[in-house]
Every structure is written in structure tokens, then in C-alpha cells.
Ligand binder design. Structure first.
Ligand SMILES: [Zn+2]
Ligand SMILES: [Zn+2]
Length: 520
């Protein structure tokens, strides 16, 4: 009897073990990331060789030889442009109705984003509410300016109707191997080296770099009328590659783990939504997630984050949280709906990063000035942590930068810049520029940073230089933080990890009220 019980119990335990281990080993989703775009021919090498595929044709790629793909466009991509004023989850009919009611004076339309989810995966679908569809982006921008003047924020959404069409020619040593009108897939035994990958276009650190990719790489004409290179790989492998690009690879394990969970959630919540109809889920740039392909630190990162495999954060309603993050919050993180045109998310309403002391009211001009100039001790100001130097910053606009600002503002001689609207982190989300000819309202954090030539954050105070007639002719800024400030402060997360906090504590500090769930 005892023996029977024992073996029964053992068998029972064993079957539990099987269930647990099979759920732990469930496959991670496959994702597609656009890793490069080329206007010129693409040169590539497979150090250990491999193969190419295109339609029903295929061939061998020899180890170590340089191959080239040259493209010829036949037909440009087709797009149209929507001016959007709000969004909500597809099943939140009352939220959608509320947005439509606010714009009842205009003709609104609903635009469904995303595909039905695969089994067990979260439903990411959302609906954008638009107030106009245009074939010319300039028309959409014109209406956007009109709405801004009425203090209504909006964004231009590019709808991709059709990608560009064209041919691709594969050559080696000047000899033609293949001419194709469909995509070419590259499958390397080990990895493929794409030569001169352009990255960070539009940023000061813009450049070209040879990059290595171990996944399947698809090459085709894309929606931007250039050749796209898209890598398809397991999401967990992509996260290993993303973590060191997003946070210092030298960070303590808890910070790497918090970053891995946040990145996984952000990607799963944006999959199928961000780059709708573009042939991939994400790009490898700041717009989605910075990803540089295979890196030397990958082994160290994967060992440290493996315990977070499949972990994501869910909100109270059981939906996956878009776990956003930024370099340095400046002492207080920001409220999502004030920074972007989105509905308030209860888990993204901003938290204080002050270690000890009273939390100031940063919507108040006097208190925000004190916060910027004489800050209290904050997690993201700890010396010795990467990013702490981004806690406070100074910037004086050059003559050229000021001239550019005046041209963009286009209100004549600048008389006054004010009517600041600040959100909970002190970031300015609305301001008015009054000129001799007219006035202009600038809404939202990013447009405000951009109009002054690209400030690190919109949490700033300014000294305006005036001429003898009282016109503003220059500006010096003192500011706090780097980035939008919503969600996890990556500098603060590193300090907390250094102080011995685990990744769950860090995540719950920046995303209060969430549930940590293992998806696979
Ligand atoms: Zn992107
Ligand atoms: Zn912070």
C-alpha cells in the first residue's frame, strides 16, 4: 500500500513536473524586425556560408565571399495619411464613443489597427479615431496646425496601401546569380554580415556599421521606396540583443532583468500595431527598439536575464502593459496621456524618483524651478551609474538655432513665450509663442523639444534674452531628465539594482499596480 502510494505520488509529481517544464519550454513568438534599409546595393558575407531562397529558386552562398544585391524600382509604394485625434482598445466601445463625441462637430472615422492574436497571445488590437484622410501629407499637417491652435493634439498616421515593387539582382564577383521580382531570403550557417548598415538617421550619432545577424534575413522592396532587410527570429533572442542597446551592459543583473521584462512587454504590445502593413513588426531604431544584431555581450546578458523568460506585466484588466521606459526621468516620471495622444493608463501616471523628502508639485512654476536648480536626492542622480549625467542639463541656443526656431514659429518678431502647461513630472506639454504678426500654440512634449532644436526633455526653465525693444532674441535652458519620462527610468532602475533591490521591486516602483505574468 505504502509502496503504491509512493509510486502514485511520484508519478503524480512527475506529471506535474512535465506540465511545468513543458509550459516553461513553450516556444517564444517569432518576430520580424527591420534591421536595415538600403538605397544603394547591399553587400553581405556569410563567414561560414549558407543559402539563398527566392520563390521556388535556391542556391548556395560560399563562406567568406562578398555577395551583392542590387535593386531596381518599378513602382513606388502607395500611402495615404490620416489625421488621428485619439485611440482606445478595440473592445473599449465606451472610450471610443467618448472620443467621437468630443469631435462630433467633425466627420470622424475609425481605423482598426492590428491582427487578431494567435492562441494564448495578448489581443493588441486598437482603434484610432481620425478626423480626415489625405493623399498628401501636407494637407494632413495643415489640419494638424489648425487643431493645435484650438489646443487639440493630434498625430499624422501613414497608412500603407502597397509596398514598392521592383527587381533584385544577386551577384558575386560581378557574375549574376539571380534576378528576382520577389523577396530574397538569406539563411546563414552561423550568421550573415550586412555591410554598412545605416543607423540613427537624423541623430547626432548617425553612422554606418557592419552588423551581424543569426536569424533568417529577408530582403525586399518596402513601403519607403528603398530595400528593407528584415530579420525573423525568436523574441527571446531579440530581447538579448536589445537589452545592451537600451541599458548599460555593465548594469547590475536586477536592472538588466527589469529592462528585459519591460522590453518584452513593450514589444508584445506593439507587435502588429507599430509597423502595420510594412512587412515587419518593429524597426531597429529609436522609433521602436535599438537593436544592433549579434553582439559580444550577448552571452553575459542571456545568462542574467534567462530567469525572466516569457515574463510580462499585465494591467488590472488582464491586458499586456505597454511597458515604456526612458533614459532619465529627471526626478519624477511622466503621465502617459499628457506626453502622448493616448488615454490615461493607471499604471503610467508618473511616480517620484526622490529617495527621501517631500514630493513637490511640479506643475507649479516656483516649485519646478527649485526642483531643477536645487534638486533633492533622487535615484537617477546617483553618481557612478550610467545615465546619472543626464539628470540635469544646460543649453544655450546658438544664433543659427534661434534663427531656425523663429522660422519654424513663423509669428514675426517674438514678443513672448509662455502659458506653460506642465504635467506631473514638470515636463511642458503646451506653450504659446506670441509674435508681432501672429501667435502659435505648440502641444505635446516632443514637438516642444523639437521646436527649440532638440532639447533633452521638455522639463525646463528658460531665460529669454531680449533686445532694447523687448523682442526675445535668444534663449538659455536649464532642464531635468532625458527623454519622454514615461514608465521606467533606466538610470533610476540601475541605482536601485545597485542598492540591492530585485527586478520585481524595481518594476513595481515604476509601474505601480501591475501583475507579473509568465506568458511562456
Ligand atoms: Zn519602429
Ligand atoms: Zn528617474
Amino acid at each position: 500500500m505504502n509502496r503504491f502510494r509512493f509510486s502514485f505520488a511520484l508519478g503524480f509529481l512527475f506529471s506535474i513536473f512535465l506540465v511545468v517544464s513543458s509550459s516553461l519550454n513553450a516556444a517564444a513568438p517569432q518576430v520580424k524586425i527591420r534591421v536595415a534599409q538600403y538605397e544603394k546595393p547591399i553587400d553581405f558575407i556569410m563567414p561560414k556560408g549558407g543559402a539563398w531562397f527566392s520563390g521556388t529558386r535556391k542556391g548556395v552562398i560560399q563562406a567568406g565571399k562578398t555577395y551583392r544585391i542590387t535593386g531596381k524600382i518599378a513602382e513606388k509604394a502607395v500611402k495615404r495619411f490620416h489625421l488621428m485625434v485619439g485611440s482606445a482598445a478595440a473592445d473599449k466601445t465606451e472610450d471610443l464613443q467618448e472620443i467621437e463625441n468630443r469631435f462630433s462637430a467633425r466627420k470622424t472615422h475609425r481605423f482598426y489597427v492590428g491582427n487578431p492574436p494567435a492562441d494564448g497571445m495578448p489581443d493588441n488590437r486598437s482603434v484610432f479615431i481620425g478626423v480626415g484622410i489625405f493623399n498628401d501629407i501636407k494637407e494632413a499637417r495643415k489640419l494638424q496646425d489648425q487643431l493645435s491652435a484650438e489646443n487639440i493634439s493630434s498625430w499624422v498616421f501613414n497608412e500603407n496601401i502597397k509596398p514598392a515593387r521592383g527587381s533584385l539582382t544577386l551577384t558575386q564577383g560581378g557574375k549574376s546569380i539571380l534576378v528576382s521580382n520577389t523577396a530574397i531570403e538569406l539563411l546563414a550557417r552561423d550568421h550573415v554580415v550586412l555591410k554598412k548598415v545605416e543607423h540613427a538617421r537624423g541623430y547626432s550619432w548617425h553612422g554606418f556599421q557592419d552588423r551581424n545577424y543569426a536569424g533568417r534575413v529577408f530582403i525586399s522592396w518596402g513601403v519607403d521606396d528603398v530595400i528593407d532587410c528584415v530579420e525573423q527570429l525568436d523574441l527571446e533572442k531579440l530581447i538579448v540583443g536589445i537589452v545592451p542597446s537600451e541599458i548599460s551592459a555593465k548594469a547590475m543583473p536586477a536592472a538588466l532583468q527589469a529592462q528585459a521584462v519591460a522590453a518584452r512587454g513593450e514589444m508584445l504590445s506593439k507587435k502588429g500595431v507599430r509597423h502595420l502593413n510594412e512587412g515587419y513588426d518593429f524597426c531597429s531604431e529609436q522609433h521602436c527598439q535599438v537593436y544592433k544584431g549579434l553582439q559580444t555581450v550577448d552571452k553575459y546578458i542571456s545568462e542574467n536575464i534567462s530567469c525572466t523568460r516569457g515574463l510580462i506585466m499585465k494591467n488590472k484588466e488582464g491586458k499586456i502593459l505597454d511597458a515604456v521606459y526612458g533614459a532619465n526621468c529627471g526626478g519624477h516620471s511622466a503621465a502617459n496621456h499628457m506626453i502622448w495622444t493616448s488615454n490615461p493608463n493607471p499604471h503610467l501616471q508618473g511616480v517620484s524618483d526622490i529617495k527621501t523628502g517631500k514630493i513637490p508639485d511640479l506643475t507649479d512654476e516656483v516649485q519646478v524651478r527649485k526642483h531643477i536648480l536645487e534638486p533633492q536626492p533622487c535615484w537617477c542622480a546617483e553618481p557612478g551609474v550610467e545615465g546619472a549625467d543626464k539628470f540635469r542639463w544646460q543649453k544655450t541656443l546658438t544664433k543659427e538655432e534661434w534663427k531656425k526656431f523663429e522660422e519654424t514659429a513663423a509669428v514675426g518678431k517674438i514678443r513672448e513665450i509662455g502659458s506653460f502647461q506642465r504635467e506631473i513630472s514638470g515636463r511642458i506639454v503646451g506653450l504659446k509663442i506670441t509674435g508681432s504678426a501672429s501667435e502659435k500654440t505648440v502641444l505635446k512634449e516632443l514637438p516642444i523639444r523639437r521646436i527649440f532644436g532638440g532639447l533633452r526633455s521638455s522639463c525646463f526653465i528658460a531665460d529669454w534674452q531680449k533686445d532694447k525693444d523687448g523682442n526675445i532674441v535668444g534663449a538659455s535652458f536649464s532642464g531635468a531628465g532625458w527623454g519622454h519620462g514615461v514608465g521606467m527610468c533606466q538610470t533610476g532602475a540601475q541605482s536601485m539594482a545597485k542598492a540591492g533591490r530585485d527586478f520585481k521591486t524595481i518594476l513595481l516602483h515604476y509601474f505601480p499596480g501591475v501583475n507579473l505574468i509568465r506568458l511562456y
